[in-house]
Write a protein that binds this ligand. Structure first.
Ligand SMILES: Cc1cc2nc3c(=O)[nH]c(=O)nc-3n(C[C@H](O)[C@H](O)[C@H](O)COP(=O)(O)O)c2cc1C
Length: 467
């Protein structure tokens, strides 16, 4: 009799970089741009047998009242370049780059991702984001030329064209001419990079609107979401998985991975204390006023962060966004914050601490492992994109203390079974078109079904990887 296999947790490591999660004031915080930082986090994730390492993207430095955000002044290197370098110091870890579908071209990006897939032995992934605003677009020749309503029609066509290009090399390793004529792209020629070991690099989607979810259901392998509580996670999970049937896809074909933060302690009380301390450091007095100004859409620099919330109302036109997602009406948010501050007697800074970005998982390694497992076993998620609060050592403890407990629970791998990211995710490799003179496949020969199957596993340098 077969032992039933428990649903497996997928883990990814988000390099924190420029965001308010990272506690830069901590003396253990290192550079967000030195290669050694990327390398440290990637090696830690690979030691923890994670599915992939993840880099976000911002195409323009963020500003507030005409000043560049403090966290952005160091800049952020280009993702695919960093991942190509990481491919040389890791062996099995998937390598995911966030790249915008609005301000790029399919031929060029398919070439760069195809190259990463080759150099890494089949570990490339692309997080397709769709920011289309003029603020971002000013950096580009065409400016903010895309109507917001078209962001997903372009993204869907972009991904389809990239896949046509990857598929244009047949299983015999020969290029075939391609021609695509559509609303956003009209291109033809021959593609310069042969099919990579994964056939198609893994596609991730991170957008929350109805169109975004539909795009994910039709074309993505993974969704990166901010729905990270048990209730919101289950609702999101059910909604997105329900959409797959219309595209002839099964629930297992698309993995749902919320972004997750954590604070670990030897006891529950110690973890809570650590979590509170992290929040205090994340929401400095200046950051508290900044967060308030983002809701209010007004200059509030004259207010005391340790004093009460302003009695003037927010500008109703203010664009309230979180991680580039529009999250709601500023007046409604202000009303909620005021009610909370009145009920608990909170200052501006305390209100911001209470209402924004509390860690998703707080507790001992045992309780955090149990909670992560519950999320996955009860279909609130298929796994997590972990966002540590320290760069680059923020996953060290998690890998040393939580991963072994997930393994004990039978919910997490004890070794990499395959070599490609598709293998880690349990995703089939799209078959290549047969070569024109290929013999008819022998149905008894498993390899014959995929004439372009990757070469046998490369050397397992991973065994020698040091932290
Ligand atoms: C969890 C998450 C992470 C995102 N990360 C990025 C990013 O790194 N860079 C970026 O330009 N946009 C990012 N986005 C923005 C989305 O690509 C998209 O532009 C935005 O969510 C608007 O699409 P929507 O209306 O479907 O939500 C992210 C969105 C989500 C939900």
């Amino acid at each position: 009799m077969n032992t039933p296999v428990k649903k497996q947790i997928h883990l990814a490591a988000h390099f924190p970089g420029v965001n308010a999660t990272t506690v830069w004031a901590d003396p253990r915080s290192g550079s967000q741009i030195d290669f050694s930082s990327f390398e440290h986090l990637a090696r830690t994730a690979e030691r923890g047998l994670f599915d992939f390492f993840f880099l976000a993207e911002g195409l323009r430095l963020r500003e507030h009242k005409g000043r560049i955000h403090d966290l952005d002044v160091v800049g952020r290197p280009e993702s695919i370049t960093v991942l190509n370098a990481l491919a040389a110091v890791t062996d099995r870890l998937g390598l995911a780059a966030t790249v915008n579908a609005t301000f790029n071209e399919p031929y060029e990006l398919a070439r760069r991702l195809g190259t990463l897939d080759h150099l890494s032995g089949g570990r490339a992934a692309w997080n397709v984001v769709t920011s289309s605003d003029a603020f971002t677009g000013e950096n580009f020749r065409r400016g903010g030329y895309l109507d917001r309503a078209d962001r997903y029609t372009r993204a869907a066509e972009f991904v389809a064209v990239a896949r046509e290009l990857w598929d244009s090399w047949d299983g015999g390793g020969a290029p075939r001419p391609f021609a695509h004529s559509g609303r956003h792209f009209d291109i033809s020629g021959e593609f310069g990079v042969r099919r990579g070991p994964q056939g198609h690099p893994v596609v991730i989607q991170a957008g929350d609107s109805d169109e975004g979810r539909e795009f994910a259901a039709s074309a993505a392998d993974i969704v990166f979401t901010r729905h990270g509580t048990l209730a919101a996670g289950r609702a999101f999970y059910a909604d997105v998985k329900r959409r797959l049937g219309a595209y002839g896809r099964r629930p297992a074909d698309l993995k749902i991975m919320p972004g997750a933060t954590f604070a670990l302690g030897d006891t529950a009380a110690e973890a809570q204390e650590k979590a509170a301390e992290i929040r205090r450091l994340q929401v400095s007095p200046q950051n508290a006023i900044l967060a308030l100004e983002q809701v209010w859409g007004r200059d509030l620099s004259a207010y005391d962060p340790d004093g009460p919330l302003p009695d003037i109302d927010p500008d109703p036109e203010s664009q309230l966004v979180q991680g580039r997602v529009r999250i709601g009406d500023p007046l409604a948010v202000a009303a909620k914050w005021r009610a909370l501050a009145a009920a608990k007697g909170l200052s501006i800074r305390q209100t911001v601490i209470e209402t924004t970005g509390r860690q998703s998982f707080i507790g001992t390694p045992e309780s955090v492992a149990a909670e992560l497992d519950e999320f996955v076993q009860t279909d609130a998620a298929d796994g997590f994109i972990l966002i540590p609060h320290l760069t680059p050592g923020g996953l060290d403890d998690f890998v040393a203390r939580v991963v072994p407990l997930l393994q004990e629970r039978g919910s997490f791998r004890t070794r990499y079974e395959g070599t490609t990211l598709r293998d880690h995710l349990g995703l089939a490799r799209p078959p290549a078109a047969p070569a024109p003179d290929a013999p008819a496949p022998d149905p008894k020969d498993p390899d014959a079904k995929d004439p372009d199957a990757p070469a046998p596993a490369r050397g397992t340098r991973g065994a020698a990887v040091k932290g």
